[in-house]
Design a protein around this ligand. Sequence first.
Ligand SMILES: Cc1cc2nc3c(=O)[nH]c(=O)nc-3n(C[C@H](O)[C@H](O)[C@H](O)COP(=O)(O)OP(=O)(O)OC[C@H]3O[C@@H](n4cnc5c(N)ncnc54)[C@H](O)[C@@H]3O)c2cc1C
Length: 291
Amino acid sequence: MYEEYGEVIKNASLQNYNTYRILTYTKYLIKPFNINDLKELVNKLNIDKVKYYVLGKGSNVILPDESFDGVIISLENINKVEINNNLVYAEAGVILNKLVIDTINNNLQGLENLANIPGTLGGALKGNAGANGSEIYDYLKDVMVLRNNEILTINKEDIEYSYRHTMFKNNNDIIIGCHLQLNEGNKEELLEKVRENKEKRKNSQPLNLPNAGSVFKNPLNNSAGKLIDELGLKGFNINDAYISNIHANFIVNKGNCKSKDIKELIAYIKDKVYNKYKINLELEQVIIEWE
Ligand SMILES: Cc1cc2nc3c(=O)[nH]c(=O)nc-3n(C[C@H](O)[C@H](O)[C@H](O)COP(=O)(O)OP(=O)(O)OC[C@H]3O[C@@H](n4cnc5c(N)ncnc54)[C@H](O)[C@@H]3O)c2cc1C
């Protein structure tokens, strides 16, 4: 049906498209071959009035248990990276960690603190991913998006963004790539930093069980994990959804966890934290509802 625009998989499982590994399905999973095919595909879906949703690696989402009666678009084939002196052009489907390592191998400094954040560049640009005091927007020059069947370049000055938030969370733009302006750096020193950060992650995050990173944003001058931990909630569960024993701001899937279990656990934590501290924890993860 849409084969001319990309690889089409019918009745596809999305278990490998969300890092909680929730078992849910979509009528079509389509991976456009390039940006032009993506543009044509979206145009056709709009004409056909078919619902669609763009997913990266699903490392920041809670997918619904119900199947999607539409098209999941994956940009994994739209993943070019071009490095010209300090200027980097990267397409949204590239794995963020691959981009980080590519830039370091070119002796470019700027993205090293973002190494080992799972997911794609597109997901990172949507949510302003960051770690160790750095954010993807720190070195950003512009973002290219598909909006109303047109490809636009939006300069950084015209993008509203803040901690784990950007204006793209409130609109229907499909992010297709960006330019980053990096600094010259020393490859060996930068790789050493990446190794140190990886070790820190290994010791402080439940990387052996499916999860989608931090559940809640840190409240101003506070730590969501610390607040949840102080309530003695580590290890608390609803069915197979558990609050991690390693980091209280992580929920892990210890088996066949349903979306419903995670959402109930989130509501439970929010309630407990509000009752004790009068703090309204804000979700960092995105709860998706098919429309
Ligand atoms: C173990 C672990 C550790 C993590 N550590 C960190 C961390 O240190 N810092 C941090 O910031 N995050 C962290 N995360 C969260 C996650 O990795 C990031 O939010 C990541 O940027 C999400 O990328 P993704 O491709 O998986 O996006 P997805 O989860 O697939 O999508 C997230 C949202 O972006 C939208 N989206 C994705 N691609 C596009 C696109 N091209 N155009 C328009 N919309 C798009 C989706 O529709 C969805 O709404 C962690 C997650 C895990 C599992």
